[in-house]
Design a protein around this ligand. Structure first.
Ligand code: HEM
Ligand code: HEM
Length: 203
């Protein structure tokens, strides 16, 4: 049953490939990878795009065209694929035009410091600012929690992770205005978001 559903899903996902990649491993950092994501989470998001509960202008018209069966099948297809790992991250260019250019050694040190900061936040949270530890829900390998529908995060694009955390924070990711990710993200600084996103993208 699972395989028949996934193979029907593969056909129905043809129009998604341009943005999410043929097997759900998008190569463009603004488009989330879907490969290996939990089926229940994918279904929930597609239903949310369809109902308008999660506002996303690119996804809304596409989700509107999918019936419940197509949503299940497409989710089953992506869930059965394996997520690809990312190439080694690079520090984004500094916003500060006057900042002196970094040597390759300084770049490497700054990137390592950022990822260490992200790893600390992921595992321990931040007690003084009351940021919950991500590991509690998203797991030691950021594999998520299948029965609870907590999404897998590992190897996701850093740019997409930064966008989703920022959207939870501002409430732009609207189906979560009241929920835990909104509560957590509002306590995070932009630096926290960047650090944890970079760390997760390397997992
Ligand atoms: C997000 C599925 C086509 C652009 C998502 C998500 C799913 C999904 C499940 C949520 C991922 C997550 O929360 O981790 C699909 C399916 C498609 C499709 C089944 C085909 C029917 C496309 C196309 C585009 C696109 C063609 C580009 C024009 C995006 C973007 C997001 C997204 C930008 C992130 C939205 C946000 O920031 O909240 N898609 N997608 N998708 N998709 Fe698609
Ligand atoms: C979703 C990151 C802590 C529960 C997400 C997403 C990200 C994320 C990036 C969106 C994934 C996607 O769009 O594919 C983080 C980080 C955390 C953290 C960096 C720590 C700072 C937690 C905790 C919980 C939790 C502690 C549980 C209490 C959830 C749930 C969703 C989610 C339920 C899905 C929301 C939805 O259905 O749209 N998280 N998370 N997260 N997270 Fe977290």
């Amino acid at each position: 049953q699972g395989n028949a559903s996934a193979s029907a899903g593969k056909t129905k996902a043809a129009s998604c490939a341009g943005c999410h990649g043929e097997d759900g491993n998008s190569t463009m950092p603004a488009f989330p990878k879907l490969a290996g994501q939990h089926q229940t989470y994918l279904v929930k998001q597609l239903q949310a795009f369809k109902s308008g509960a999660r506002l996303a202008p690119m996804m809304a018209p596409l989700a509107a065209g999918l019936d419940d069966q197509a949503i299940q099948e497409i989710a089953s297809y992506y869930a059965g694929n394996k997520i690809s790992t990312n190439p080694a991250p690079k520090l984004p260019a500094s916003d500060d035009d006057d900042a002196p250019a970094k040597t390759p050694e300084q770049e490497k040190a700054a990137l390592e410091a950022l990822i260490t900061q992200g790893s600390d936040l992921y595992r321990n949270g931040n007690i003084s600012r009351e940021v919950s530890a991500c590991v509690a829900c998203h797991g030691p390998y950021a594999e998520g929690n299948k029965p609870a529908s907590f999404p897998s995060l590992h190897s996701q694009h850093a740019d997409y992770l930064i966008k989703s955390l920022t959207d939870f924070k501002t409430g732009a990711r609207s189906n979560n205005r009241e929920n835990m990710m909104h509560m957590i993200a509002t306590k995070m600084t932009d630096e926290d978001i960047k650090a944890v996103a970079y760390y997760i993208s390397t997992m």
